[in-house]
Design a protein around this ligand. Structure first.
Ligand SMILES: *Cc1c(COP(=O)(O)O)cnc(C)c1O
Length: 384
């Protein structure tokens, strides 16, 4: 199998599994209990929180563990909206957010909030002028992702942080694709809230966090016990948190080297395919892009068909985000780029991982070239 769907999820690293195992087996104590057996588990939570805080340049007390990226996104949006509704009921986001943001915004609209969805340029970068123009006296939150999950584009987070700060508006970023892959600094970038998830950086599934800058009033989304300093109830996912801490440690230590390796493979992959396959394009900026993301559109074919044929060859890719896979609606991200529907439908995403090799990319290039040719031969619209 050649796994090129690391934006959907990643393989847990061996080190992460190793770190977690004791907490899935003998060290099962509840961190809230007061005997020594459980107190050890309280200590590892502190350590994981510190590891994560270092990676973001924030305080450990600003990290709140959640069940994943979706919960962190829901929490940030819904509860900032609720807490600051007297100031205003207007939120700004982008057209290319993950559904964890967009569907939360749809729900907020039903609750009487107004959402402005800022567009992106043809490179897939949020239009800052449009964002600035969208700001109103009643705007309470700007939520723009750090890196896009479909086309990998890196958004101008630092500029947006400065804009939000100057206007006294809170700034949330969905950094699920970015965290552990590119450097993030919440102070320098003036980020007030940030979502991340372990399974996108070789950690376990079902654990994420929301960074909440000290001083921001954010009511609980999950009510119950006093865990996470009274802000997120529920017995801590100790193995998950330990695994997350280890994944962050590994990601931060390897980031430079890994970025260089992935970028080289990514650019090789893109250039080879564009050279060998006619009527192909790369979606999203070539420069402002995650090191591991490759997204193509091939005219005259369905991305979905290519995906299935690649799967039969043992190659895993994606024709949109995992959430839209299975439905044939064109991706909202590709539509936001201004692609015609038939081009958007011919799209496919490959996301490399820390285990991806040049040999795997070579096989994939061969297969893509061959299968696109085959599919076009079957297409009534294609003439050489
Ligand atoms: C995967 C992803 C999410 C959802 O995270 P989960 O931990 O799977 O809930 C949110 N936003 C982005 C950009 C993602 O890629």
């Amino acid at each position: 199998m050649i796994y090129l769907d690391n934006a959907a999820t990643t393989r847990m690293s061996d080190g992460v599994l190793e770190a977690m195992l004791p907490y899935l087996k003998e060290k099962y104590g509840n961190p809230s209990s007061i005997y020594e057996f459980s107190m050890q588990n309280k200590k590892v939570l502190v350590e994981a929180r510190e590891e994560i805080a270092r990676a973001l340049s924030c305080e450990p007390s600003e990290i709140y563990f959640t069940s994943g990226g979706s919960e962190a996104d829901n929490w940030a949006l819904c509860k900032i909206a609720e807490e600051y509704k007297d100031k205003g009921r207007h939120i700004i986001t982008s057209k290319i957010e993950h559904h964890a943001i967009l569907h939360t915004c749809k729900w907020l609209e039903k609750q009487g909030y107004e959402i402005t969805y800022v567009g992106v340029d043809e490179q897939g970068i949020v239009k800052l002028e449009e964002l600035k123009r969208a700001i109103r006296p009643d705007t309470i939150l700007i939520s723009i992702m750090a890196a896009n999950n479909e086309i990998g584009t890196l958004q101008p987070i630092e500029e947006i942080g400065a804009i939000a700060k100057a206007q006294g508006i809170y700034f949330h970023t969905d950094a699920v694709q970015a965290f552990g892959h590119i450097p993030l600094d919440v102070k320098r970038m003036q980020i007030d809230l940030l979502s991340a998830s372990a399974h996108k950086l070789n950690g376990p599934k079902g654990i994420g966090f929301l960074y909440v800058k000290n001083g921001i009033r954010l009511p609980s989304l999950i009510h119950g016990g006093g865990q996470e300093r009274g802000r997120r109830a529920g017995t801590e996912n100790v193995p998950g948190i330990v695994g997350f801490g280890q994944a962050v440690k590994e990601a931060m230590a390897a980031m430079q080297e890994r970025t260089a390796k992935e970028q080289e493979l990514r650019d090789y992959f893109m250039n080879e395919v564009l050279t060998r396959v006619p009527y192909a394009r790369v979606n999203g900026s070539r420069m402002k892009r995650l090191p591991n993301n490759v997204n193509f559109s091939f005219q005259f074919i369905e991305g979905e068909s290519l995906l299935i044929m690649l799967d039969m060859q043992g190659i895993c890719a994606s024709s949109g985000s995992a959430c839209t896979a299975g439905s044939l609606d064109p991706s909202h991200v590709l539509m936001a780029l201004g692609l015609p529907e038939e081009v958007a439908n011919g799209s496919i995403r490959f996301t490399l991982g820390q285990d991806t090799t040049k040999e795997e990319i070579d096989v994939t290039i061969e297969k893509v070239a061959e299968l696109v040719r085959k599919l076009r031969e079957m297409s009534p619209f294609f003439q050489e």
